[in-house]
Design a protein around this ligand. Structure first.
Ligand code: ZN
Ligand code: ZN
Length: 249
């Protein structure tokens, strides 16, 4: 699997970090997790256009994780480069309502005509494809929030999306090769619904993961301080995400 953190930031505008998006490439499939504002354009930096996406997954419907779905749908109708491939969109309960709301808001300028969009609302479950397996569990953030565990060729990548401390992230992240966690604020600024480095590190330790990647960083987060705080509680590899960071497993 090839992983690119497209946006390591949040909904708070930052010149350093863009809003959320994560691309996982498995064999020839491009799986995009969350589409925060700016993600569709950011994909171009790694050579991926709106034609190349196979599936979009959502963790929850906050704007910093979803706004660019409208950008995608609008771009895909560009007459000189019309998307014609089917797109699958998977997300928690509320996905159909969210999608219908977008179409209602923007109308024909985003409504797919030359291609099909398959929507699939999921809860806690397992999805099997030929090259990979995905398992989801409820996270502690928005009522609909899901975290994703992606397994392919005996390798495991786990993405929490936004979450606070919960048992499910420890279950979902067991023995992950790469555990990508919310790390919104430094230890001294804990906010409900999100993790701070020490909490993320304790989760990583309980998961026995190999590599902890801290993402969803608000502008107040300073790279060295975040890494230092996390390393106190987790002895494995700790990486503080940045935009376009790539990882392979
Ligand atoms: Zn968020
Ligand atoms: Zn959120």
């Amino acid at each position: 699997m090839e992983i690119t953190i497209l946006g390591s930031g949040t909904g708070t505008p930052s010149l350093k970090r863009g809003a959320c998006g994560l691309l996982i490439k498995i064999e020839n499939e491009n799986l995009l997790f969350d589409t925060g504002p700016g993600i569709v354009g950011k994909l171009l930096k790694i050579g991926i256009t709106y034609h190349d996406l196979d599936c979009i997954f959502y963790t929850h419907f906050h704007t910093d994780h979803t706004l660019d779905l409208a950008t995608f749908l609008f771009a895909a109708k560009y007459a000189l480069s019309l998307r014609t491939r089917r797109l699958t969109v998977i997300g928690p309960e509320g996905l159909e309502r969210f999608y219908a709301g977008l179409l209602n808001l923007y109308g024909d300028v985003i409504r797919p005509e030359a291609y099909e969009v398959i929507l699939r609302e999921i809860g806690e479950q397992e999805l099997k494809r030929h090259a990979y397996k995905i398992r989801t569990m409820r996270m502690q953030h928005a009522p609909e929030s899901l975290g994703y565990r992606v397994e392919s060729n005996a390798k495991v990548v786990v993405y929490s999306g936004d979450t606070d401390v919960c048992e499910n992230i420890v279950k979902l992240g067991q023995n992950a090769d790469i555990l990508i966690l919310d790390c919104s604020f430094p230890d001294e600024m804990k906010v409900k619904g999100h993790l701070v480095p020490q909490e993320a590190a304790k989760i990583a330790r309980a998961c026995h993961c190999k590599k902890l990647v801290l993402s969803h960083l608000y502008p107040v987060c300073r790279q060295e301080a975040i890494a230092r705080q996390a390393k106190k509680a987790f002895k494995g590899e700790v990486l503080v995400a940045y935009d376009l960071m790539t990882l392979a497993v």
